[in-house]
Design a protein around this ligand. Structure first.
Ligand code: AMP
Ligand code: FE
Ligand code: FE
Ligand code: ZN
Length: 274
């Protein structure tokens, strides 16, 4: 069984709609897909029915933007009840906060004489988007000839280190984990950085974190070994996913996958049969 446990759709900053993503997953021979859009569950209903149509198992997920000890981190929630009212209360707030944050980023860019309108960003995000993110802004910067590519926009203008970047700090990681639990899900730390892994892990585990995203297309074997060792030490589940946002942005969908053997405990906990 081939699984990809980290993907994005047009509900957030991905390029394909939920049903297009599921159809592509079928074409590239994946058996199961977790859809983990940033701070929204808006794509999950469409994805679930497309999954039924194409015999692909869809694991409902979300990637929650949060911070722990002042450091930004992303917590993945898996097997969530995406109709949970607690979750919708959060996503409604997060979607508005992301719009305000985008406006603030546009103000900061304008101070550098880089003019982009909110309308441009919304247009790039498309009619299906629920949460706005920096990739939408990056696309608008490219359209307006302020950047030569998405990568260039992040490198020179809107990456974490730049003054135009406004961080999203809606929740503490402990609150994000609690939110995922209230929606019946399992909380997993997405793409943990080695520099902060050991330092932040005890606090996250104390808050109820259940797993670490170990397998990623860009991670070196050494990175994988270290994160897997931390997971073993802290008695955590391991997961893996491509963090796929669209074609031509790195490894293509289906090139990277984990098997049910790699993540058997995670699947057991989520009660998915291999
Ligand atoms: P946001 O949550 O709005 O701050 O946007 C974060 C998203 O931007 C990530 O999930 C990636 O999709 C994308 N991203 C972050 N850094 C880069 C980069 N250097 N190049 C391209 N995309 C990036
Ligand atoms: Fe993203
Ligand atoms: Fe992420
Ligand atoms: Zn992601």
């Amino acid at each position: 069984m081939r699984l990809d446990l980290h993907t994005h759709t047009t509900a957030s900053d991905g390029v394909l709609s939920p049903s297009q993503l599921v159809e592509l997953a079928k074409v590239v021979s994946l058996d199961a897909l977790a859809i983990t859009d940033h701070d929204t569950v808006a794509g999950l209903s469409e994805a679930t029915s497309a999954g039924q149509d194409h015999s692909i198992q869809i694991i409902p997920g979300i990637e929650v933007s949060c911070a722990v000890s002042g450091i930004a981190c992303h917590i993945l929630g898996y097997f969530i009840d995406y109709q949970s009212s607690t979750l919708s209360a959060y996503t409604a707030k997060a979607i508005l906060a992301r719009e305000d944050r985008m406006k603030e980023m546009l103000v900061r860019l304008a101070k550098q004489n880089i003019l982009v309108e909110m309308e441009d960003v919304v247009k790039e995000a498309g009619p299906e988007r629920s949460s706005l993110g920096r990739p939408h802004l990056a696309r608008a910067l490219v359209s307006r000839n302020h950047a030569t590519s998405i990568g260039d926009a992040f490198d020179r203008l809107i990456g974490d280190q730049h003054s135009a970047h406004v961080a999203i700090r809606l929740l503490e990681a402990s609150e994000a984990i609690e939110l995922i639990h209230k929606a019946g899900g399992i909380a997993v730390w997405a793409h943990p950085r080695l520099e902060v892994l050991e330092r932040l892990l005890p606090e996250l585990v104390a808050s109820g974190l259940r797993g670490l995203e170990v397998y990623r297309p860009k991670s070196s074997p050494e990175h994988v070994r270290k994160v897997r060792a931390s997971a073993a030490k802290m008695n955590l589940l391991v997961t893996g996913g491509s963090d796929w946002h669209g074609p031509g942005l790195g490894a293509e969908l289906g090139q990277f996958y984990v098997t049910d053997d790699d993540i058997s405990q995670f699947l057991d906990e989520g009660q998915i049969s291999g």
